[in-house]
Design a binder for this molecule. Structure first.
Ligand code: ADP
Length: 997
């Protein structure tokens, strides 16, 4: 009832927005009517007029009616023209509908416009992109793949150029010159990862202003915003390179024993299943027998939740109910001990919902009979206290602590590796969660079924799966720069989004991104018929029913689009259809352009298309001749997804623009969603009473029940994403600070101010540490060491007796002396070169320590996970540790700057070339990123000759994703020059008469 009310209310809220827009739409149309009498030139002149009026203080909101009218009028003038889009000829036939104008207003206001498939979002976006580009900053549109970026930028580019605006698009293999050019255009199309990686390169790697490609982060519309901000949210963009030190791989070492463990556990749980079955099938089974059987089943569930025999046993509703009941009972605190006992009889336990794996006592003993504590995390804090109590020398204590710490690290790494290996074996199934291609483990997106090359599970899981499959375990890498897609998009001054499905996640968009979702009505009423779900007992029954349904539709000639969750499912169904003699096409979202073209034909008579959710998205399906009469496109779903949004995406593929169409989902009790979340509720009661093998169940109640299960999962996933974001926020703030300083250095002619700020801070800390400002004065030893430090870093010849007075005054006088000394250096160096050197000093210090910091933060994330076994809140622990790390990082940066200021030579070229090499050896990681994109991008930005430093390899990196980082030591000292040789400053004088004087 409540949700019904809410829907009514929500519906009203959307209608209200649309009503509010009506007068504005009327004004746009009036202007557009008036524009119809202008010449083409006069219309084009409007763009400059708007720009000028904006400069004189008119706001974009004020300009909106006329600007939108200009775009619409331009579209009208183009009708009938032939335009070239991706090498195809196309006749322009679009003029913005009123609902599209409303969509445009909504996007301009920084909202998410929910518009059904086929409503023409591509055209809608032209309105606000044009308007916002008038400001003179880069307006951007994010598409889901490279192909669509190119297609839409070319297609809509004709419209923009009619109005005198330039359009560009970013593609994966582009050089940085081209990228820069594209970002310099008025409007730029591209994918989220390309934009994100460009940001990372600009801010985390570029060493010259000229290497940066992006202009600003002004206005951005994200197409399919739900898939970008929700589905891709869990994976950060990472630029990484080989780690400097190779660490030993615990996975290879731990694989054989873990494999034994898994095998043994399998035998164990299979025995339990058999014992349970025997007890349950006994003619005169007593309640006690049933109880014993239930506990055994529960044990199997704890030990191997995806065990095949267990799943088969669960096909009997009565037994499924028994297990569910026991499971619920046992999860109460009351039965904690009991469950603990069950777990301890196993070798390890797997928590499917929380993706965790733990060794039991027996498991630990099996792995290391000689040392059962080998997998117990040492209590470092108490150990340290113990060490402190000893009668040792400080050095011995230090040494003991170090040893303890090293042991802690080894043990924690092993525990972690084992846990990941167990997960890899028990929860990650080949061809479902991942596929193997060319000796690599490639992740399959659980929502879309799309294979995601270049993307890796974090936290060692990927390496664990690689170990399990016996393929090469990829090297550990060092992170050069990283950002999550969410945080990237939060940087824009104005963000907007479009999608067919955002409503169900409206709360999340609002809470995290402050984006409101508005439903835009369709141009023509939608007449799609969503039939009730059909539920079957087994997957086999379900597939048979699906094939039968397809045969029926196909017999009539009605086209069918069959949506699957996984690649494996696609293949199974394809085989079954082949056996049934039905001609069909299979799409797995591997070849965007090709698949987009196939999908456009999915609405033809007799067409049968199998597609994972992602395949061919963004391309609409037009109906062939005579198909309307047959009921339009029929969409069949083979499983309900974890979120309702993905179901809606699939349904939305038919019935565009008032076309007829229908959808139906087929489910089975063996589906993951059903298994996990239908336990013990109304639906399962209905089912268990009636279901027999081969029988079909269908009722509107069931649909609702399933939806409430989906809501539960959605909420859980939302909580996980929110949590992740909270963690990520910590690093995000730090990144903002670091990139701020770095960019400050990069964009100033001289980074001197930053350097002296750092020096001052360092001195202040050192003075304080030496006891200045404290009562009781300063101990002489610390004075001496301070003077020693000062003189070894700055050529200022300090004497101990000069270190007196008030701390502030002393600090000032010290800084002044260093400034004087530096002034001397300035007077004898080439100013331009010195500017380069200063930038280099700051950037080098930041990059070196920041990259180290990133690695440490990753480790911290991992170890916090382990620590959360204690009572503390892991997030606040993480925050305080992260803060400490960051302070340390800043200290190190400061110190390095102090150290290098007077010890660096001004051979700018050599230094800057060095950076370029660093940039070239990096690789990218993230959604849809090719590992070589960075290499390609930076290649052209380099000077042709890298100044005598050997280039990593003579050839472009295309054929080799991972390039060895050349080991180059930076010469900090000025080169030795003979007194009678020419001075290296280029003055022409002898060294002894010039800088050597
Ligand atoms: P969406 O992304 O919303 O699913 P598209 O942008 O792919 O939709 O457009 C769907 C189809 O509708 C395209 O073939 C496009 O040519 C057509 N279309 C969009 N707007 C109009 C319009 N105003 N008049 C006629 N056809 C339109």
């Amino acid at each position: 009832m409540l949700s019904f009310l809410f829907q009514k209310f929500a519906g009203r809220h959307h209608r209200k927005y649309v009503e509010k827009c009506r007068p504005l739409v009327a004004r746009i149309n009036e202007h557009e009517q008036a524009y119809q009498s202008l010449t083409d030139e006069q219309l084009r002149a409007k763009t400059d007029e708007f720009r000028a009026r904006f400069k004189q203080g008119e706001t974009l909101d004020q300009l909106l009616p006329e600007a939108f009218a200009a775009v619409k009028n331009a579209a009208r003038r183009m009708v009938g023209r032939t335009v070239i889009v991706c090498e195809h000829e196309l006749t322009w036939d679009m003029v913005h509908f009123d609902v599209q104008l409303i969509g445009g207003i909504c996007l301009h206001e920084g909202r998410i416009a929910e518009m059904a498939t086929g409503e023409g979002k591509t055209l809608v976006a032209t309105l606000p992109l044009y308007l916002n580009a008038l400001v003179g900053k880069n307006s951007q549109l994010v598409t889901v793949n490279d192909y669509l970026a190119r297609r839409d930028s070319e297609w809509m580019g004709h419209l923009y150029s009619f109005l005198g605006l330039t359009t560009g698009c970013i593609q994966q293999q582009m050089t940085s010159e081209l990228r820069r050019e594209m970002y310099n255009r008025d409007i730029t199309y591209g994918t989220a990862s390309e934009f994100g990686f460009d940001y990372l390169r600009d801010n985390g790697m570029a060493t010259r202003k000229d290497d940066q490609v992006q202009r600003d982060h002004w206005y951005c519309i994200v197409d399919e915003i739900d898939s970008i901000l929700i589905d891709e949210a869990r994976t950060p963009l990472i630029i990484s390179g080989p780690a400097p030190i190779e660490r030993e791989q615990p996975f290879t070492r731990l694989k054989p024993p873990v494999e034994d463990l898994v095998r043994e556990q399998l035998r164990l749980v299979n025995r339990f299943v058999k014992e349970a079955t025997d007890l349950l099938e006994k003619k005169d089974a007593t309640p006690d027998d049933r109880q014993t059987a239930a506990m055994k089943m529960l044990q199997v569930k704890l030990g191997m939740p995806k065990n095949k025999l267990l799943l088969r046993l669960m096909e009997t509703p009565e037994w499924r109910k028994l297990l569910d009941k026991t499971d619920v009972e046992m999860h109460s605190d009351f039965n904690k001990e009991e469950v603990y006992k069950l777990k301890e009889e196993l070798l390890f336990t797997i928590d499917e919902k929380n993706h965790q794996a733990d060794l039991s006592e027996i498991g630990r003993t099996k792995l290391r009979p000689d040392d059962r504590d080998a997998f117990v995390l040492p209590d470092l804090a108490s150990e340290f206290i113990e060490i402190e109590k000893r009668n040792d020398t400080p050095e011995q204590k230090e040494q003991a602590k170090l040893t303890a710490q090293q042991r802690y690290e080894v043990v924690s790494e092993d525990i972690h590796a084992i846990s990941q290996l167990l997960r890899a074996y028990a929860l990650y199934e080949r061809d479902v969660e991942y596929v193997i291609q060319d000796g690599k483990v490639l992740i399959v997106d659980e929502n879309t079924g799309r294979v995601m090359p270049g993307r890796r599970w974090s936290d060692g899981l990927h390496q664990a799966v690689e170990a399990k499959e016996g393929v090469t375990i990829e090297r550990e890498t060092r992170t050069y720069a990283t950002v999550t897609i969410q945080n990237y998009f939060r940087m824009y001054e104005k963000l907007a989004g479009m999608t067919g499905t955002a409503e169900t996640e409206a709360t999340e968009f609002h809470e995290i991104y402050k984006l409101a979702v508005t439903q835009i009505p369709t141009n023509k009423p939608c007449i799609r018929i969503d039939r009730n779900d059909s539920i079957f007992k087994t997957r086999r029954d379900k597939y048979n029913a699906v094939v039968k349904q397809i045969q029926e539709a196909n017999g009539r000639g009605q086209p069918v689009l069959l949506g699957t969750v996984t690649v494996e499912q696609s293949e199974v169904l394809s085989r079954m259809l082949k056996r049934g003699g039905i001609i069909h096409t299979v799409l797995n979202a591997k070849f965007h352009q090709q698949e987009a073209e196939i999908v456009t034909r999915a609405g033809q008579r007799n067409a049968v298309t199998i597609a994972t959710n992602m395949a061919g998205r963004g391309t609409d399906i037009k109906l062939g001749e005579g198909v309307r009469e047959l009921g339009g496109l029929f969409v069949v779903g083979t499983e309900r997804h974890e979120s309702r949004r993905i179901d809606r995406q699939l349904r939305g593929r038919c019935s565009r623009q008032g076309d007829p169409g229908g959808t139906k989902f087929f489910l089975s009790l063996e589906d993951d969603l059903m298994r996990l979340f239908l336990q013990g509720n109304l639906a399962s009661k209905i089912m268990e009473g009636s279901m027999k093998e081969g029988e079909e169940l269908e009722h509107p109640w069931l649909n609702r029940s399933i939806e409430s299960a989906q809501k539960k999962v959605e909420q859980q996933n939302f909580a996980v994403r929110k949590r992740l974001l909270q963690y990520d926020d910590v690093l995000n703030k730090q990144r903002e600070v670091i990139y701020g300083i770095r960019n400050g250095a990069l964009h100033s002619e001289r980074a001197k101010d930053i350097i002296f700020e750092m020096i001052e801070e360092e001195l202040a800390v050192r003075l304080e540490n030496a006891g200045f400002g404290e009562k009781g004065g300063t101990p002489p030893t610390s004075l001496e060491s301070l003077v020693g430090w000062l003189n070894s870093h700055f050529p200022i010849s300090m004497k101990v007796e000069e270190l007196t007075g008030q701390p502030e005054a002393l600090l000032k006088s010290l800084v002044d002396r260093i400034r004087q000394a530096y002034g001397l250096k300035e007077s004898i160096e080439d100013v331009q070169a010195l500017g380069g050197l200063e930038r280099y000093i700051v950037i080098n210090a930041i990059d070196h320590h920041w990259q180290e910091h990133l690695t440490e933060m990753e480790e911290l994330r991992r170890s916090i996970g382990l620590r959360s076994y204690g009572q503390k809140d892991p997030l606040s622990e993480y925050k305080s540790e992260a803060f400490r790390f960051f302070e340390e990082l800043m200290n190190n940066v400061r110190l390095q700057i102090c150290t290098s200021l007077f010890r660096s030579a001004t051979n700018r070229e050599a230094f800057e070339n060095l950076f370029s090499i660093l940039a070239r050896s990096a690789r990218l990681q993230g959604p849809t990123a090719a590992p070589t994109a960075l290499a390609a991008a930076t290649q052209a930005a380099l000077p042709p000759d890298v100044g005598g430093v050997p280039s990593p390899r003579g050839e472009p990196a295309a054929s080799e994703p991972e390039i060895k980082l050349p080991t180059i030591t930076i010469r900090r000292e000025a080169p030795k020059v003979g007194r009678n040789e020419p001075c290296p400053c280029g003055s022409g004088k002898k060294f002894k008469n010039c800088h050597g004087a």
